[in-house]
Design a protein around this ligand. Sequence first.
Ligand code: NI
Length: 263
Amino acid sequence: MKCERFFEELWRDFTRLAPHAASIAESLSQLGERVVNDHVAFRTFNRGPYSLEALEPILLGLGYRPMDEYRFEAKRLRARAYLRAGQPRIFLSELLVEQLGSWAQSAIDGLLSQIPAAPLGPERLWSGRPWRAPSFADYARLSEESEYAGWLAAHGLHANHFTVSINALETLRSVEQVLSFVESLGFSINEAGGRVKGKPEDLLEQGSTLADSIEVAFAEGPRTVPSCYYEFALRHEVAPGQLYEGFVPASADKIFESTDRKR
Ligand code: NI
């Protein structure tokens, strides 16, 4: 699969879960801006057939190479960033399931045991939930322990967020200007840890919307839960003409909270 088609399909799936992102992209285009995707992020469990190591060959097959690895201790995550020249960066994180309590571990194992054996092609990354609808009670209990675990149990595999490159914008030049524009459209901003995450000296400044809420099927019937959000990234130069390519765990930590239920 070509990268262009990969990102088209991924965006189509993502905007079903986060319709506000399509609205924002459309409004930026109407301003005359070129909407360039800085990166997409995926979430997974570190156990079973969809671990980071298992999914990585899909990204390598698309021509990406691993750039760096990150730890998010408080969120119990490990992540890797991947680069391919001329394409959006990809950020793949996995939850360190063994660091959760025993109830959560067995609930997650119960989901993972339902994943059918199947070849792992790129379309897997927007294939959604490969397990039966969990009970809403289990979803809520999992989310208490790890919002990330609850999100994955409810939604499965999708892009968790797309990211507008502020560097590619002409009229909106800072994260705060973009966030104000997004608010002027009627959408909410994730203010956990401050509206703008990161400082110029971190080389990466980011902000994000709050996730949309969508109806998801649970064993008890449909419930409305947070889905996906849109992120905005401004990268600074490490050398003249050369932008910082990495990610900054200290600031990304609070960005993960864009999908929290209690806000
Ligand atoms: Ni991100």
